[in-house]
Design a protein around this ligand. Structure first.
Ligand code: PRP
Ligand code: HPA
Length: 183
């Protein structure tokens, strides 16, 4: 079998199916922003983007949230190709989280291990409040270590990509969400 790392970006498009259109994603982004706005009112917040996948959601929400926000990021890597493993912390936030209202942003809550570890980090750094928002949650039937406060879209129990999520590094920039075909 061919090494998936050597596949062309077009291969992944051809071997996938649409799950949510760009319009559906836009609607979900509007709803995430509204839900956060309702919970936070005009409170100053620190947006904490979980790189790399959270970048798309963070960029979209920054255009929608009308409250005083600062931005920081961390990088937690857990997936190699389509398989999860232990978290490798490539970067921790630069801001002092102590006393802050932190809004953690990520592309997907799959097994929940990454988001739980990020929330734990914020709590250990004495954040005043930690809210979590994910663009998608995978409907995989697992008992997860946490639930996100705000979830945009529920995706099927398949490997999905687009809107921040990659398939072997490709297509984080896709404005729609697609799922790999089951072989
Ligand atoms: O709920 P979990 O099973 O922990 O999976 C979710 C995490 O997996 C992905 O990160 P990844 O490690 O692939 O890094 P990336 O953000 O650079 O794609 C994704 O961006 C989430 O952070
Ligand atoms: O289905 C997925 N797609 C992209 N990234 C992911 N990280 C965990 N699950 C996924």
């Amino acid at each position: 079998m061919q090494d998936p790392n050597t596949r062309s970006p077009d291969y992944w498009l051809a071997n996938s199916e649409l799950v949510f259109s760009a319009d559906q994603v836009t609607h979900a982004l509007d709803q995430i922003a509204q839900a956060l706005q309702a919970r936070l009112a005009a409170q100053p917040i620190l947006l904490l983007c979980v790189m790399r996948g959270g970048l798309y959601l963070a960029g979209q929400l920054m255009q929608r949230l009308q409250l005083p926000a600062r931005l920081d990021y961390l990088q937690a890597n857990r997936y190699h190709g389509t398989a999860g493993s232990d978290i490798v912390w490539a970067r921790l936030p630069e801001f002092d989280l102590s006393g802050q209202t932190v809004v953690v942003l990520d592309d997907i809550l799959d097994e929940g291990i990454t988001l739980a570890a990020v929330v734990q980090h914020c709590q250990q750094a004495n954040a005043k409040q930690v809210l979590t928002a994910v663009l998608t949650e995978k409907d995989n039937g697992l008992t997860k270590p946490l639930q996100a406060d705000v979830v945009g879209l529920s995706v099927p129990n398949r490997y999905v990509f687009g809107c921040g999520m990659d398939v072997y590094g490709w297509w984080r920039n896709l404005p729609e969400i697609r799922a790999l075909k089951e072989s």
